[in-house]
Every structure is written in structure tokens, then in C-alpha cells.
Design a protein around this ligand. Structure first.
Ligand SMILES: Cc1cc2nc3c(=O)[nH]c(=O)nc-3n(C[C@H](O)[C@H](O)[C@H](O)COP(=O)(O)OP(=O)(O)OC[C@H]3O[C@@H](n4cnc5c(N)ncnc54)[C@H](O)[C@@H]3O)c2cc1C
Length: 409
């Protein structure tokens, strides 16, 4: 028999689970289809303040803080060897009135927290199955699942990742590209405290970032590593013995964390970009990496994906119980996502490409930009606030409490 639901979310990754939970808050029935994978891995996600507010609205903030580590300082070190490199640039959350920019948590732990919350929500039905195909109609969209069942819904939210089947079936065109880069990811233990500082070394091959994690049960300090490098170097390092790899990592860290030990990993992820022509189509909304992708610089990817979800939730709520997949809802959603997604994709791409180029004027511009951020307070504070979230048009789940709003002096 065919199942009918208000909203179907395809993809049980971080965006999909978050979408199911947020959209269920509108009082709709939500079916989430996808394969849950909460195994411990090497990837972590830095959830910036807007995303922490999002999870606070879902009553999950305490669970995330209990298993994550606060990011109180973000440090950028120009390690390109450029003629114009300056001293490190530090951004302190306290300077814009925040206790922390956000929290870094292992993807597996966050997925587990979200999956438990979704299982406990009676408005969410979880189907442990992939979607094989979609038929889009004027009144509903019907998905055929790999378990042989079919689900019809008035709104399909595609959170099925960068190679989204839903996006492709709906005929939404996009531009995708690859970078001459691969990210090595690992969980590291280390001898010295990270002091809640995330350090991003900008090298000629890409950023190499150590992001704080909570201490291990034996008391050792821990960080996650995202080291973006040329694919040739990634291949070479994937063949190294653990000891030789750790020595390479220690050199890349400039020994700021003391003696390093590999706790988990390495794993390797090729770097790619995606820009779509539309965020919605008939009965379809794209969210998360199905709607945009770029390299991990400045912890933007999932934070942007959660803003997709929070805006979609607002658009559905504003429909006051009407059709959640109506053209009005979907057009409003597409309008709200354009500027934010385009500016983040452009900004991250520009910063990434400026590292890869060896052109002197580009090095000069990057050096001057960092120098300006170091020395001009209002500019630095503006960059910090914009880095966390765009100042205008925040979705309701992410709005700042008036009492905690920072006033520029
Ligand atoms: C090394 C690295 C570090 C990063 N660090 C950060 C960070 O610190 N902060 C940040 O904000 N972002 C970060 N990101 C980006 C972030 O990880 C991604 O934006 C985020 O994980 C995307 O989540 P998603 O659910 O949209 O996509 P995915 O994680 O790709 O999930 C898609 C899901 O859809 C499922 N799926 C696919 N096809 C189907 C189908 N046909 N039917 C059903 N299910 C399907 C897949 O199995 C998967 O579960 C990082 C990315 C990388 C690579």
C-alpha cells in the first residue's frame, strides 16, 4: 500500500536528520528515508553559533555541548611561504560578545544525537532505505524505495548529498567542479592543550586545520585534523606507515600541540564544488550538500546547510497549515537562500584559489586582507559576525536573543 505523508526527507545525513526534526516542529508528519551511519569516523563538524541556536530550538544543545568542544579562538596562520605573509591573525569570540564561536563535535556523535531525537519524535517515521526513483506530479511527489515500498508526499526535501538523485531527477541543473586537492582527515591526541583555539594553517596546497575536541578518558588532549593537500601528496601519505605520517602531521602543525598521536584515521576526501541553478522545483526543496558544496575552509558547509533547513522550516510554518509543497512556499524558500549560498560559495572558492595561485598580486591582496583584519577592529568584528552567520534575514530558529545581542562600541 502506498504511504502518504506531508513531507518526505531523502537522506539521513546531518542535514537530513536535522531537516526531519526541524520540519516536524511545524506539526507536519515527516518521513525520513535513508541509511543511518553513526559509526565513529575521522570527520568532525564545527557548529557555529547560529547552528547551536538551531539545535537549542530542538532541545539538543546540551547534548552537543556535552560531547563537543568549544571554539573560543580561531587563528589563521599564513604558511604559504609568500613574500607578503604576515603574523598570525586571531579572532576571539569574546570580542563580539560570544562565549564561543561554536562547538566542534564528531560527525558520528552528532548523527547519533540527532537519530535518537528523531526516533523519539512521534511525528517522524524513519525508513531505513535508500530512494531508487522519484515521480514529480502537480499534487505530490512519489518516491520508490529500495525496500520495494513507495511514499507519496506533498513536499520532498532532498538532503541526499552532492550527487543528489532527487535534484537530478527534477532536472535542476548545476555546475560542479573539482579542485586539485584532497582532504586528509584524522582524530589526533596531543601533548599540549589546544586552549579552545582552532588553528588553520594556510599552505600552498590548501588549509591544514587542527580543531579542538574534548579530552580523551585518559586525559589526553584531542583535536580533529583536516589537512587539504595536492592529490599526489594524499596518495603518498596514504601509503606511509603511521609513525612517518604522524611526523609529517607534526611538521604541518609547527609542533604547537606538542607530541601528536594518531587516534583514528587517516581518511581521504576529494575536494569539489557545486553551485545549483535553483533551490527548488515542483514539490522539491534542496538542502545541505545537495544544494551547495565547497572545500572545508572556515567551517561553512553544514552551517550553511542548517540555514537552508531553518529557512525552509520558516517558509513551511508561514504557510499556516497549508500545503507545505506549494509554489508559494517553495518560491519563498528559493528567494531566501540565493544570496547567502552564493556569497559563501564565492567567498570560500576565492579564499581557496588564492592559496593555490602563485601570483604575487594575489599573495599581496591576501596578505593585506589579513593585515587589515588584524589591525582594524570594526572590520575584524564585522568579519567574525558575518563568518558565523549573515547579519540580515536570520531564520527564526537562529535569531539571537535580544539580551545577548552585541552592540558595536
Ligand atoms: C573534511 C571536511 C570537514 C568539514 N568540516 C565542516 C565543519 O567544520 N563545519 C561545517 O559546517 N561543515 C563542514 N564540512 C561540510 C559538512 O561536512 C557537510 O556540509 C555536511 O556533512 C553535509 O551534510 P548532508 O547531510 O547535506 O550531506 P551528506 O553528509 O553527504 O549526506 C547525504 C546523505 O544522503 C544519503 N543518500 C544519498 N543518496 C540517497 C538516496 N538515493 N536515498 C536516500 N539517501 C541517500 C547518503 O547516504 C547520506 O547519508 C566539512 C566537510 C569536509 C569534507
Amino acid at each position: 500500500m502506498e504511504n502518504v505523508t506531508d513531507i518526505m526527507v531523502s537522506g539521513a545525513g546531518l542535514a537530513g536528520l536535522s531537516a526531519a526534526l526541524a520540519l516536524a516542529q511545524t506539526g507536519r508528519n515527516v518521513t525520513l528515508a535513508g541509511l543511518l551511519d553513526t559509526r565513529p569516523g575521522t570527520r568532525t563538524v564545527a557548529l557555529l553559533d547560529g547552528s547551536m541556536r538551531f539545535y537549542e530550538a530542538l532541545d539538543l544543545r546540551a547534548a552537543i555541548e556535552a560531547q563537543g568542544a568549544p571554539l573560543r579562538v580561531m587563528r589563521i596562520v599564513d604558511d604559504t611561504g609568500s613574500l607578503f605573509r604576515g603574523s598570525p591573525c586571531e579572532f576571539e569570540a569574546g570580542e563580539i560578545g560570544f562565549d564561543a564561536f561554536g562547538w566542534n563535535i564528531e560527525n558520528g556523535l552528532l548523527l547519533d544525537i540527532l537519530a535518537k531525537a528523531a526516533r523519539a519524535d512521534s511525528r517522524i517515521e524513519i525508513r531505513d532505505s535508500l530512494t531508487r526513483s522519484y515521480e514529480f506530479g502537480a499534487e505530490c511527489v512519489t518516491a520508490a524505495l529500495s525496500d520495494g515500498s513507495r511514499i507519496s508526499s506533498r513536499l520532498l526535501v532532498a538532503c541526499d548529498g552532492v550527487r543528489s538523485l532527487a535534484r537530478e531527477t527534477a532536472g535542476i541543473k548545476g555546475q560542479s567542479w573539482s579542485y586539485p586537492q584532497t582532504a586528509l582527515t584524522a582524530i589526533m591526541a596531543h601533548g599540549l592543550s589546544h586552549r579552545d583555539v582552532s588553528t588553520e594553517f594556510h599552505t600552498r596546497e590548501g588549509p591544514c586545520t587542527f580543531v579542538p575536541l574534548p579530552r580523551a578518558p585518559d586525559g589526553s588532549f584531542r583535536s580533529s585534523l583536516v589537512w587539504v593537500m595536492h592529490p599526489r601528496e594524499a596518495r603518498r601519505r596514504s601509503a606511509l606507515e603511521a609513525q612517518a605520517l604522524v611526523e609529517d602531521m607534526a611538521r604541518a602543525s609547527h609542533h604547537i600541540l606538542g607530541k601528536l598521536t594518531l587516534e583514528r584515521g587517516p581518511a581521504f576526501v576529494p575536494m569539489e564544488g557545486l553551485q545549483v541553478r535553483a533551490f527548488s522545483a515542483q514539490r522539491l526543496a534542496l538542502a545541505g550538500d545537495a544544494a551547495h558544496a565547497f572545500p572545508p575552509i572556515g567551517a561553512q558547509g553544514l552551517n550553511l546547510g542548517l540555514r537552508d533547513v531553518a529557512h525552509l522550516r520558516d517558509c513551511v510554518s508561514e504557510g499556516h497549515g497549508g500545503d507545505p509543497g506549494s509554489p508559494d512556499v517553495l518560491n519563498a524558500y528559493a528567494r531566501r537562500r540565493q544570496g547567502d549560498v552564493a556569497s559563501r560559495t564565492f567567498g570560500v572558492d576565492l579564499m581557496n584559489r588564492s592559496l593555490l595561485t602563485h601570483i604575487l598580486p594575489v599573495d599581496l591582496a591576501r596578505g593585506l586582507g589579513l593585515q587589515a583584519l588584524r589591525s582594524i577592529g570594526p572590520l575584524r568584528r564585522l568579519a567574525m559576525r558575518e563568518g558565523i552567520m549573515p547579519a540580515r534575514n536570520a531564520p527564526s530558529m537562529m535569531r539571537q536573543h535580544p539580551a545577548s545581542q552585541f552592540i558595536e562600541r
